[in-house]
Design a protein around this ligand. Structure first.
Ligand code: SME
Length: 158
């Protein structure tokens, strides 16, 4: 059976639906978490053309840079710092329509205008966050949050 391709004209929902199915299949046969984070970053990044898409993993008291696609990023983020550290501390997804309005935002790239961060849970504990940066303002909304939460939940099932 031919695999469904993601076409640039597809709606956001259509892209996420295809992505979700492909990622579900991927994590069904690969159990290595880093390998899956690497491919998930790549798949989301390629489908939407974001500025930066990747994971930070919880290592002790810090988030440490994991697999990503896009420009150079800071390697470590402390608990409660930046959008990523705040999502970890508050244990919830954060949608930031304008990064300049988020107090404490860590600017890894001056091109980033909006951002979404989604915690990755394993047995109810946050083990990583998925971070996505966009070149445009207000790129992310509730639809992105819901789909991305659904996608990262696939990682936690391993
Ligand atoms: N902006 C993030 C830092 C990570 S980079 O965007 C890749 C933050 O404020 O936590």
């Amino acid at each position: 059976m031919a695999e469904k391709l993601i076409i640039s004209g597809d709606s956001k929902a259509e892209k996420y639906e295809v992505l979700y199915k492909q990622i579900k299949e991927l994590v069904g046969y690969e159990t290595d978490e880093i390998a899956n984070m690497a491919n998930i970053s790549s798949m989301i990044h390629e489908a939407f053309g974001f500025l930066w898409t990747g994971f930070y993993r919880v290592v002790g008291e810090e988030l440490v840079l994991g697999p990503f696609q896009g420009p150079l990023a800071c390697s470590r983020i402390k608990f409660g710092k930046g959008v990523c550290g705040t999502a970890w501390k508050e244990a919830c997804s954060l949608v930031v329509p304008d990064v300049e309005q988020f107090s404490g935002h860590i600017a890894c790239s001056s091109l980033s205008r909006s951002e979404i961060v989604v915690p990755v849970l394993s047995d109810g504990v946050i083990v990583a966050v998925l971070d996505i940066d966009s070149r445009e303002l207000s790129t992310f909304d509730e639809e992105d949050r819901l789909w991305l939460e659904k996608i990262v939940a696939l990682l936690g099932r391993q």
